[in-house]
Design a protein around this ligand. Structure first.
Ligand code: CP
Length: 297
């Protein structure tokens, strides 16, 4: 039998995405906790910091009646100098039923799945992808707009954002109209056009009108160390979201964590009535329950 995996949005068909989203929305409505005679052991290996993804995967496993075993860099023998491959071989020897991994290296979840043939979920790999974030964002969009094909803007550090890459793939697969708003230093236009050549690009938040949803992204300062200070201050000056950009009242999304007053002003973050940011966090638990159910089938 071939193992299920979510190492990229590429692993999922449009039908898979819809069925995972429908399951997540069902879990949210039922709010039920499950007990099992035989629980699965789910290893959560987080080698980069996380609040939302790590806790929601742990909660999701518990709510489904499974065991969640959490390991991070500081608590693992990686911090004593063990190599990544030796650590992986060690974990695999303990026979996890599934592995959730966040890593700074692009494509490592895919490589682990290929080598070990166990169900793997990518919880964010470098600048590549964060498929469960895109799936949970889609669940929130689906809850509000059902199957209506709305206009969605994605603004910010597209180039270094795994969230943007997964969202662009997912929304393109489902036929949404996508607007990208970004300065040239945060954009690899050619790479994005390879995913979808119908995307519309904008150089300023002032030039996009009538969006249904505006998704702001975190500036990935840890991935742009060399020029971080200059780029953050240029971005803040030209792209920090203010009330004047929200006159047609789009819904506002952000995967979190937010760099306050870099991507979104305090005033918008604290007071904008159409913000979905905490609803995204809440959906994260139910979506990850649906993802675990999908890969453990
Ligand atoms: N959105 C997201 O991945 O947040 P965390 O880094 O807190 O998990």
């Amino acid at each position: 039998m071939v193992n299920k995996k979510i190492t990229s949005i590429d692993d999922l068909s449009a039908k898979d995405i819809q069925s995972i989203a429908e399951q997540a929305i069902k879990f949210k409505k039922s709010k039920k906790n499950y007990t099992r005679k035989v629980s699965k052991n789910i290893f959560n290996l987080f080698l980069e910091p996380s609040t939302r993804t790590t806790i929601s995967f742990e909660l999701a496993a518990r709510k489904l009646g499974h065991n969640s075993i959490n390991i991070n860099f500081e608590k693992s023998s990686l911090s004593k100098g063990e190599s990544f491959n030796d650590t992986m071989d060690t974990l695999i020897s303990m026979k996890p039923d599934a592995l959730i991994i966040r890593d700074k290296n692009n494509f490592s979840p895919r490589e682990i799945e290929k080598k070990n043939k166990i169900p793997v979920i990518n919880a964010g790999d470098g600048t590549n992808e964060h498929p469960t974030q895109a799936l949970l964002d889609y669940c929130v969009i689906k809850e509000i707009f059902k199957n209506k094909k709305i206009k969605i803007g994605i603004c910010g550090d597209i180039k270094h954002s795994r969230v943007a890459h997964s969202n662009i793939k997912l929304l393109s697969k489902l036929g949404y109209q996508i607007h990208i708003i970004a300065p040239s230093y945060f954009l690899d236009k050619g790479g994005i056009e390879k995913i979808n050549n119908k995307i519309i690009f904008h150089k300023s938040l002032n030039s996009v009108k009538n969006l249904d949803i505006l998704m702001m992204l975190r500036v990935q300062k840890e991935r742009i160390r060399k020029n971080a200070k200059n780029l953050m201050s240029s971005f803040k000056k030209n792209f920090c979201l203010q009330n004047k950009h929200l006159l047609n009242k789009p819904y506002l999304m952000h995967p979190g964590p937010v760099n306050r007053n870099i991507e979104i002003s305090d005033d918008v973050l604290n007071n904008y009535p159409n913000s979905l940011i905490l609803r995204q966090v809440e959906m994260g638990v139910y979506l990850r329950m649906a993802c675990l159910k999908y890969i453990l089938k």
